[in-house]
Design a binder for this molecule. Structure first.
Ligand code: ADE
Ligand code: ZN
Length: 341
């Protein structure tokens, strides 16, 4: 497909974002603005010098900068502005549903109250629902480099706001922090009514994906690239209809893969895995949903049908009700059926 046409096609697809860390949508311009009003001096003296630091050899190098950036977020207004900036950005890309992660411990460990964080995020999400027609779910992630005990404290703190929280996730430094470390807190989270997901098989081995499935009982795997190392696991993912929320630009930026042409999404789609494409930390990795679709389609020569399948898969894998899924999937199908390329 001609590249201009491909861009136009992707722009119009109604899309669902299922793998997005709100702290990873913190654009440098907004970071400097909030740092200034909070009287915080960033280690970098300009937006340009900060952007120049966005060169990563692995997940940890990224996380080190990501946690520094998040330190300027102090007040409810800051979390609100961050979330609202994200929503207006993705609205312009025709994203109609978001399931977003936030990392409470990144903030509570600095003395910022759980309520301050979630109130800001929630108010922006509600405004997005009313004014931009973006439906949403909210996922609280436990930081896996911290202890399970710390995760339990976070679960406890969340209970006051459990009506606003749909699920829990597991993120941060994967290697050396297997899902098994969090088995009890995931079990307790489920008892409180939270749905479960976990990052697994991004940098970590295929065993971590098995653990996330068998010990944590997750309903989706975030990333999961490494599943291609294990045919039995692929069969398990297909049988149980477990989605993999893949993040192509993130994988290139963090050297999970060498180049986009090596991305596993097409192989996984062709095997029948419920694979989806998302943006992870778009302010750091060079793009939001459209850019992820576009760069992947270009490198792997995806067809219109592949793109249709990816868009449908994301609604299928979402936590929307069956009626809401059907409505969104119909609008994806109507869009492709009437598209004249
Ligand atoms: N936190 C934010 N982005 C992440 C990623 N790609 N992997 C693990 N933890 C993260
Ligand atoms: Zn992620």
């Amino acid at each position: 497909m001609e590249l201009l046409k491909l861009k136009e096609l992707i722009q119009g697809i109604p899309k669902a974002e299922l793998h997005l860390h709100i702290e990873g949508s913190f654009e440098p311009e907004l970071m400097f603005e909030i740092a200034k009003r909070n009287n915080i001096k960033l280690e970098y003296d300009s937006v340009d010098s900060l952007k120049k630091a966005y060169k990563f050899s692995n997940l940890q190098e990224f996380l080190d900068i990501y946690y520094i950036g998040a330190q300027v977020l102090l007040h409810e207004q800051d979390f609100y502005d961050l979330t609202w900036a994200y929503l207006t950005k993705v609205h312009s890309q025709n994203v109609v549903h978001v399931e977003l992660f936030f990392d409470p411990q990144t903030h509570t460990d600095r003395g910022v109250d759980f309520g301050v964080v979630i109130n800001g995020i929630y108010k922006a999400l509600e405004k997005g629902r009313q004014e931009l027609n973006i439906s949403y779910k909210l996922i609280m992630s436990y930081l896996r480099h911290l202890s399970e005990e710390e995760a339990f404290k976070t679960l406890e703190a969340s209970l006051l706001y459990s009506d606003w929280i749909d699920g829990v996730g597991l993120d941060s430094s994967e290697k050396g922090n297997p899902p098994s470390k969090f088995e009890r807190v995931f079990e307790a989270s489920a008892k409180h009514g939270y749905s479960l997901v976990a990052h697994a098989g991004e940098e970590g081995p295929v065993e971590y994906i098995w653990e996330a499935l068998n010990l944590l009982n997750v309903v989706r795997i975030d990333h999961g690239n490494r599943c291609l190392d294990d045919e039995a696991l692929i069969q398990e993912l297909i049988e149980k209809n477990i989605a993999l929320t893949l993040c192509p630009l993130s994988n290139v930026a963090l050297k999970v893969i060498h180049k986009m042409e090596d991305h596993p999404v097409l192989t996984l789609l062709e095997k029948g895995v419920l694979a989806t494409i998302h943006s992870d930390d778009p302010a750091y990795f060079g793009g939001y949903m459209n850019e992820n679709y576009y760069e992947t389609a270009r490198a792997l020569h995806l067809t219109e049908n592949h793109l249709r399948q990816l868009a449908i898969n994301a609604f299928e894998a979402s936590w929307l009700s069956q009626a809401e899924k059907d409505k969104n999937i119909s609008s994806v199908n109507n869009y492709f059926d009437s598209y004249i390329g």
